[in-house]
Ligand binder design. Structure first.
Ligand code: FAD
Length: 506
């Protein structure tokens, strides 16, 4: 069971303010950032007996993550241009209040897992394939499957992943829900599992190990809150140490202590926007001007832009899409829920030359994979943050003409296929939809994985090409967005990274 954060903080977790200026901490691996990417890597490494320091920039706010918003406003702010200027001008600091229409990212212990939805599915093989406009991933689904199986267990999802994702198959769920898999021309029915409530917040949730059930703060990892990474010091192709600072208790906070962390390996896990900023601040990994490029997302229309009239599925088919059993909404004993989407099949995707997208059974928000665009990017702004006086983030969101093609072709296909089953679909024109798009919390790209150092920032083991001991975790390494929500794959890649580091560190 998840436990109250306040108790855990009192026992296990250090505050950077208590580490005097000039201190040098030494460890085997230092993980920076405590979202799902960082906590998963730290958990797996300490479980294998590796000494880990996990630093988190946020001050201790207990379980009230909203209390971190004033600090986030100071430290995550900057300028957002391109499509952001009209659609989401405050993107970098959303949410700032509980009334904000969009929520993007958190700077707090647990990261954005403090309020994510837990919707999970592995990337499909086509998501990782090279196709026009999409570079392909240097890893295949076969490479990832053993780690997806471990991630499925770590996330306490329903059923057994098997060798190839059995617990995500539509026929598997049709059996559990006593439902029926619908057939829609050109589309697959794909199932999404939702983590149970006790496992959502990665700082508060417990993990299983031989030593018992515990949070990351109760594990052997040395967790330090109020420890913001300032710079990654490197020379001759190696990181020598990290410069880290804490904040005092004044309002607004001011720098308190500054200390150094030396490790055999470093894992940067600050989320896709901050990962790029941290590398740019340290001039690290950017030999080919790739850091910060290809910022992507699963763009989502804020309103319902697809209207579906007349039911086109029978009751048993509709229940599968809604994740309902004959008795109504379904959850397992660990709180897992499920629902289905219509997604253009791999063959349709290749034939139409489109990005991936999904359609709900009736619900009409449009959600799609944007095309990688090098001009959609993060750079450093001329302004500095008011606490540590470091250059702030500048982020530009650009769509490509291919994104309009994805919308036009997929909505035309959905209309035709639904109409052949007796339903009626109408949709808004692209220009209107474009004016409605938000990033929707899935921040992807900016330090992408590639075998070629000229075309990406990290290699397939997530090591920065030009530095022998710096690794990046999180969806910043995804070469394309795919159609699955990113965090299940983030967790999978962090388990795989920990496995790699265990071998590399002996
Ligand atoms: C409203 C919403 C709903 C979502 N729902 C889903 C969903 O259903 N399914 C899904 O797959 N994904 C979902 N997501 C996305 C999901 O939250 C992210 O993919 C995930 O949190 C990313 O994990 P991460 O560890 O890479 O980054 P984060 O969770 O952003 O964590 C980054 C961490 O780094 C820390 N940090 C930053 N800078 C520094 C620094 N300088 N020094 C030290 N620490 C630093 C931050 O404080 C934070 O703790 C949702 C997101 C939002 C906003």
């Amino acid at each position: 069971m998840a436990r109250g954060l306040a108790i855990i903080f009192a026992i296990m977790i250090r505050d950077g303010r208590d580490i005097p200026t000039g201190t040098v901490l030494s460890t085997q691996v230092c993980v920076i950032g405590s979202g799902p990417a960082g906590i998963t890597a730290a958990w797996e490494l300490q479980k294998a007996g590796i000494r880990v320091i996990l630093i988190e920039g946020s001050r201790d706010v207990g379980s009230n993550y909203q209390a971190s918003w004033p600090d986030k406003f100071l430290l995550y702010n900057g300028e957002a241009t391109g499509l952001f200027a009209t659609n989401e001008p405050d993107f970098l600091v959303l949410p700032m209040s509980t009334h904000d229409p969009a929520w993007e990212r958190e700077r707090v212990y647990g990261g954005t897992s403090t309020h994510w939805g837990g919707q999970s599915r592995p990337e499909d093989p086509i998501d990782l394939e090279q196709r026009p406009g999409f570079p392909g991933w240097p890893v295949t689904r076969d490479d990832l499957d053993p780690y997806y199986a471990l991630a499925s267990k770590l996330c306490v999802l329903h059923g057994d992943y098997g060798l190839n994702g059995d617990n995500f198959r539509s026929d598997y769920w049709a059996g559990i829900l006593q439902a029926q898999v619908p057939t829609l021309d050109g589309f697959d029915v794909e199932m999404y599992q939702y983590l149970g409530a006790n496992y959502l917040n990665f700082a508060a949730r417990t993990f299983q190990s031989e030593k018992g059930e515990m949070t990351i703060g109760e594990s052997d990892a040395d967790v330090i809150l109020n420890a913001s990474l300032l710079t990654i010091d490197h020379q001759q192709g190696s990181v020598s140490c990290l410069q880290v600072a804490s904040m005092d208790t004044s309002v607004p906070p001011q720098p308190a202590t500054q200390f150094t962390i030396k490790a055999d390996a470093y894992v940067l896990a600050c989320g896709a926007v901050a990962n790029a900023r941290q590398l740019l601040l340290s001039n690290a990994g950017n030999d080919y001007d790739q850091v910060g490029r290809y910022f992507m997302c699963h763009a989502l229309s804020q309103g319902q832009v697809i209207q579906t009239q007349k039911s086109y599925l029978n009751d048993a088919q509709a229940r599968l899409m809604q994740g309902h059993s004959p008795n109504g909404s379904w959850r397992d004993e660990n709180g897992v829920a499920v629902s289905g989407r219509f997604i253009p099949s791999a063959e349709t995707t290749r034939n139409l030359g489109i990005g991936r997208c999904w359609f709900w059974y009736i619900y009409g928000q449009y959600y799609f994979e944007v095309t990688p665009n090098p001009d959609s990017r993060i750079t450093l702004s001329d302004s500095v943050d008011p606490v540590f006086q470091q250059p702030q983030t500048s982020i530009d969101w650009q769509l490509s003409p291919a994104d309009e093609q994805t919308y036009d072709k997929t909505t035309a296909l959905f209309k035709a296929s639904v109409s052949s089953l007796g339903g009626v679909v109408s949709s808004y024109p692209w220009e209107f939809v474009k004016s409605q798009l938000i990033v929707n919390g899935h921040h992807i790209g900016t330090t992408r994985m590639s075998n070629d150092p000229a075309l990406g920032v990290v290699d397939k083991n997530l090591k920065v090409h030009s530095l022998d001991n710096l690794y990046v975790a999180g969806s910043s390494v995804f070469p394309s967005a795919g159609i699955s929500n990113p965090t299940f794959t983030i967790i999978t890649l962090s388990i795989r990274l920990a496995d790699h580091l265990k071998k590399a560190l002996g």
